[in-house]
Design a protein around this ligand. Structure first.
Ligand SMILES: *[C@@H]1O[C@H](CO)[C@@H](O)[C@H](O)[C@H]1NC(C)=O
Ligand SMILES: *[C@@H]1O[C@H](CO)[C@@H](O)[C@H](O)[C@H]1NC(C)=O
Ligand SMILES: *[C@@H]1O[C@H](CO)[C@@H](O)[C@H](O)[C@H]1NC(C)=O
Ligand SMILES: *[C@@H]1O[C@H](CO)[C@@H](O)[C@H](O)[C@H]1NC(C)=O
Length: 436
């Protein structure tokens, strides 16, 4: 009981007039477990409403694991200000209240007092998230009952699925007063082996490798699959990283986050394949923006940190590598069973959206696991018509939906769809929430 009381205690400090930029916001830490402190940053919608709570609450989760939502998601993808601190004209706060969460603990401004408090599995991450949300509702009770949607990009999509299960459990037992309505998986790491096995075919079809390059990539990818199937999960992660190196060599450095962009030639040459792969997963953005990464790091650790009065000893991003390392045996595991469970047992809407130019979480890899899903609507989804997405007379992609499951293919977009194609993004936001 004592632990429970402690776990929902909120570290509050005088944030009454502290803020960054002119947008109405709220932020804070929640102690989700002993030694584990999670940070959130809420932006209230700028829509013309009488009460903010007339609009849904969207949680945004970056990937990695170890990528920061308050940094990358906020300043580089969909928050009110971009990295140059100019207003972003398509920011999601125009229509929604947006809650950026630095998750799992150890990510961004979230921190652990010792590495032993880091999470080792997707379910531990989900349980921490429920505690975070309990703390959030405790200090922002006006959001209780407000429609809640969780949008996760990349590894964030994988985490969002198990969060959905744990959140719904907590709702059912009455321990949280949230109103979870939907989960979106954006270019997500749902089935890592499927993704790795489809890099070769996509690159071959796009003309980025020849048959010989393709064979080389596939041999490496199949080794990652074999190790996974035999239960050598950590070795499979290492082999996945090695496969990235084969792709980079065979394509002369295609950018994993958008196959049409060129990677800067100066990759650090003293890093292992694993370290390079880990860095890019945590970064969750095309390599062309590597210089921006340095800017973001500086911005977060100076102006943002001061403005939000983050404790001095907390360094944004300093525990990210350990976050990733601690999850390395979980890294290659799929969450497709959890998706089936949500479809079978809940009314939560599941939206899968994918930028068609992404390689790391490529569209062909998503289609494989979607087609294998076992749920009562599987047949209905298979037979559902695939429709075009028209936005302002432009063809932005295609979608298919049945029951509570939707798939949105988004054109002219790589890994970060909200940033690459805001018009296409409106289509799935509107479908799920009826705003946007
Ligand atoms: C946002 O600005 C960009 C360029 O500054 C422009 O191309 C785009 O049409 C604008 N989008 C909206 C939704 O206003
Ligand atoms: C897995 O990796 C460890 C450490 O590198 C190595 O000792 C072991 O032989 C590998 N196992 C397999 C099945 O490849
Ligand atoms: C790699 O080299 C850079 C300087 O070029 C250095 O700052 C960094 O610590 C090195 N990393 C490793 C893992 O040796
Ligand atoms: C979901 O339901 C289908 C039947 O429609 C069943 O085959 C599948 O095993 C179920 N999956 C889970 C995880 O409950």
């Amino acid at each position: 009981m004592l632990f429970y009381t402690l776990s929902i205690t909120i570290l509050l400090w005088a944030c009454a007039n502290a803020q960054f930029g002119d947008f109405k916001q709220n932020f804070g830490y929640v102690n989700v477990r002993e030694g584990a402190h999670m940070f959130y940053w809420l932006f209230y919608t700028t829509a013309s409403v009488t009460e903010y709570t007339e609009r849904p609450l969207i949680v945004w989760l970056q990937g990695g694991p170890g990528g920061s939502s308050t940094g990358v998601g906020n300043f580089e993808i969909l928050g009110p200000l971009d990295l140059s601190l100019q207003e972003r004209n398509y920011t999601w706060i125009k229509n929604f209240n947006v809650l950026f969460v630095d998750n799992p603990v150890g990510t961004g401004f979230s921190y652990v007092e010792d590495n032993k408090y880091l999470t080792k599995s997707n379910d531990e991450i989900a349980l921490d998230f429920v505690e975070l949300m309990k703390g959030f509702y405790e200090s922002n009770p006006e959001f209780e009952g407000v429609e809640l949607y969780i949008y996760g990009q990349s590894y964030g999509g994988k985490m969002a699925v198990d969060m959905g299960i744990r959140m719904r459990e907590a709702e059912d037992t009455g321990s949280i007063k949230s109103n979870l309505r939907g989960i979106a998986m954006g270019n997500s790491w749902i089935h890592p082996v499927d993704a790795t096995l489809t890099w070769g075919p996509l690159l071959l079809a796009a003309g980025l490798v020849d048959q010989e390059g393709y064979e080389d990539i596939q041999a490496s990818a199949r080794e990652a699959e074999r190790l996974f199937n035999e239960g050598f999960f950590w070795n499979s992660t290492m082999q996945w990283a090695a496969t990235q190196q084969v792709v980079l060599r065979r394509t002369t450095r295609v950018d994993f986050y958008n196959i049409l962009t060129k990677m800067e030639v100066n990759l650090p040459d003293n890093l292992s394949a694993y370290e390079i792969a880990r860095d890019s997963m945590i970064r969750d953005m095309p390599y062309t923006s590597r210089r921006q990464a340095l800017n973001l790091n500086t911005l977060m650790n100076t102006r943002v940190k001061q403005a939000l009065r983050i404790p001095e000893r907390v360094i944004w991003g300093s525990q990210s590598n350990q976050v990733f390392d601690t999850l390395r045996t979980d890294f290659m595991k799929p969450v497709t069973e959890s998706i089936e469970k949500l479809l079978n047992e809940t009314d939560i809407i599941l939206t899968k959206y994918n930028g068609n130019l992404d390689l790391i979480c490529d569209t062909p890899g998503q289609i494989l696991w979607v087609d294998r899903l076992k749920w009562p609507g599987a047949e209905g989804y298979r037979n559902a018509p695939r429709r075009p997405i028209w936005e302002n007379d432009q063809l932005e992609g295609y979608y298919k939906s049945f029951g509570n499951f939707r798939f949105f293919w988004i054109n002219v977009a790589g890994h970060s769809v909200p940033r690459d194609n805001p018009a296409g993004t409106n289509a799935f936001l509107r479908d799920m929430t009826s705003f946007g």
